[in-house]
Design a protein around this ligand. Structure first.
Ligand code: XIL
Length: 341
């Protein structure tokens, strides 16, 4: 009898164990990264929020999201006195409903601008248009948008400042002006200077940007961090150690780093031959993001190859994201989860 009772007890314990295993919450990119103190996320096309499969992928992966397009001038501020809030409101509301943070991309850039912007404006006129853009956006979303790409792609590959409408009209101090005004409008927002090909220490553009940011900090300009877009091509060199060193030198001057637009493109032809290299790059980047305390987020530029900007921008290249064209996670995705575990 006693033996029988013991058998029943063991059987019951076994069941409880089985139930526990089957009920255990699924490990996701979001949950695992959150445990490590890292925000992960994706760039979102607002239309995706109405598609269940897309929405679920966004939810599983993101503690932060960024708009792929709808926050750019062309969409949000198409004429001097016309604002189009619909899509950004939608994205911010979706994020709030799901406990996700938002990154605004971007207040100033040389692309996707509105036709009313003019290179012939005086400095005063340009400054007043800048200020109005910053304050109208930031006051509307005060306390609701956590991070801003204040200026995007301000540098040329040779390290000089890009000759944008803002450089031409305002002059070299347009960047510090934008950060100062943005900080005034929402002191709690984290403010970033975002760019591409700026991740590898020792390269001209990366070093120029670092020196520029260091000077801004010394002057007391309220800049919180830099964004490394990390649009990587496996055909070019990739040096994880030099990227880590670059991250570390920003840490030394009290500057955060966002891995802000990650994708790793490979040739469309015989792409199978390039998957191992691609996987290694994704995992090494994620490892740096997890291990270096000043890297606060790891955001991919979209999530599925079926909607990536890569094939349109780099003909012959593609397959750059963690999910394939059928919205299935690729093998590299499981490897990334292992890095987080
Ligand atoms: C891209 C979008 O993905 C495209 O849909 C759009 O047509 C052009 O812009 N760096 C950036 C992003 O900072 O804003 C760009 O996004 C990709 C490169």
């Amino acid at each position: 009898m006693i033996k029988k009772l013991a058998t029943v007890a063991i059987w019951c314990l076994g069941c409880v164990g089985a139930v526990c295993v089957s009920l255990s919450v699924k490990d996701t990119m979001r949950s695992l990264a959150t445990k490590k103190g890292l925000e992960t996320g994706v760039a979102v096309a607002v239309g995706d929020l109405s598609k269940d499969t897309h929405k679920n992928i966004i939810l599983e992966n993101s503690s932060i999201i960024v708009a792929e397009n709808c926050m750019k001038w062309q969409y949000i501020h198409p004429r001097e006195n016309t604002w189009n809030w619909k899509d950004t409101d939608r994205l911010v509301e979706f994020a709030e409903e799901n406990g996700i943070s938002v990154k605004f991309h971007t207040l100033f850039w040389h692309n996707q601008n509105s036709p009313f912007l003019s290179e012939r404006w005086s400095r005063d006129k340009a400054l007043s248009v800048m200020d109005n853009h910053i304050s109208t956006v930031m006051e509307r979303y005060k306390g609701r948008i956590k991070e801003y790409d204040v200026v995007n792609e301000a540098f040329e590959d040779n390290g000089s400042l890009r000759n944008t409408i803002w450089l031409k009209t305002v002059g070299e101090d347009y960047i510090e002006h934008a950060f100062t005004k943005a900080h005034e409008c929402d002191p709690s927002a984290k403010l970033f200077l975002n760019d591409y090909s700026n991740e590898t220490m020792g390269q001209t553009k990366a070093d120029a940007m670092f020196n520029f940011v260091k000077k801004l900090k010394e002057k007391g300009v309220p800049i919180d961090g830099v964004g490394f877009q990390l649009h990587i091509d496996t055909a070019y060199g990739f040096d994880a150690e030099k990227i880590r060193k670059n991250v570390k030198r920003y840490e030394e001057i009290g500057v955060l780093v966002s891995f802000s637009e990650v994708d790793v493109r490979i040739p469309q032809r015989n792409y199978e031959n390039h998957l191992a290299k691609q996987q290694k790059i994704y995992c090494e980047l994620l490892k740096i993001a997890v291990e270096e305390p000043n890297v606060i987020n790891f955001i991919t530029w979209g999530f599925t190859d079926s909607q990536s900007w890569v094939p349109y921008t780099f003909p012959g290249k593609g397959h750059a994201l963690p999910y394939d064209e059928n919205l299935q996670p690729k093998p590299l995705y499981a490897e990334m989860l292992k890095v987080l575990k």
